[in-house]
Design a protein around this ligand. Structure first.
Ligand code: PGA
Length: 248
């Protein structure tokens, strides 16, 4: 049985004081029916880790080198020093605006897993790819590329987030059938590459305009183990409404 995993992705939102006040606002209101986490901006990570109670704090990116001449980048030792042990990798906004490739994401994933940091690896097709029926091949290629060379044990630990680019921040969420169908494809690709045990263990999230009023229908699907949530994770009220909606 896979434990549900609900992660907010704040993107480039919230100052340190705003992050702290969010974590204060949700204190004591979570439950154990799911794992909860928040992907917070780098500058807020230290204070977020200190204030977050009952949920993990994830970075939204990391560099694959430990140190060096990479102006503007942040390394794994820097994250670990402030108590961060989760990282969102390869979000479509990183792929789209910062040219991240499957190869980059794969390098980062390997470094994270070697350092005991758990990656949430994002995959998903663009609107054009969706309209030209390329979803399956795009997603299989992304899973293969980002997980290349990982061990079965590593794959069992990590999380994959399926986020159709056309559903992110648009209010146009994928139907539960589309989300389930593509998450099943993701799981099948894991099965092909790493075997049945890895496919059964890996947790797969859906992301893209998930809200308090639609989370339950996604969570009811067999291959959807959680959600990666942007806009609806920014406010205490809507985050807590999602928390309540996944209580069993
Ligand atoms: P959204 O973002 O929930 O605002 O659509 C999801 C994401 O980008 O992870």
């Amino acid at each position: 049985m896979r434990k549900p995993i609900i992660v907010g992705n704040w993107k480039m939102n919230k100052t340190i004081s705003e992050a702290v006040s969010f974590f204060d606002g949700i204190k004591g209101k979570l439950h154990n029916d799911a794992d909860f986490g928040i992907g917070a901006p780098f500058l807020t990570l230290k204070d977020s880790v200190l204030t977050a109670d009952g949920l993990f704090v994830a970075a939204q990116n990391v560099h694959f080198e430990e140190s060096g001449a990479y102006t503007g980048e942040v390394s794994l030792p820097m994250l670990q020093e402030v108590g961060v042990s989760w990282v969102i990798l390869g979000h479509s906004e990183r792929r789209q605006y910062f040219n991240e490739t499957d190869t980059d994401i794969n390098k980062k994933a390997k470094k994270c897993l070697a350092a005991d940091v758990t990656p949430i690896i994002c995959v998903g097709e663009t609107l054009t790819q969706f309209e030209t029926n390329e979803t399956e091949s795009v997603v299989r290629t992304q899973v293969k590329g980002t997980l290349d060379g990982l061990s079965v044990e590593d794959v069992k630990k990590l999380v994959i987030a399926y986020e159709p680019v056309w559903a992110i921040g648009t209010g146009k969420n994928a139907t539960k059938e589309i989300a389930q169908n593509t998450c099943a494809i993701v799981r099948d690709e894991v099965r092909v590459l790493f075997g049945e045990d890895a496919a059964e263990a890996v947790r797969i999230q859906y992301g893209g305009s998930v809200k308090p009023d639609n989370i339950a229908e996604y969570m009811a699907e067999a291959d959807i183990d959680g959600a990666l949530i942007g806009g609806a994770s920014l406010k205490v009220d809507s985050f807590l409404a999602i928390v309540d909606a996944v209580k069993q």
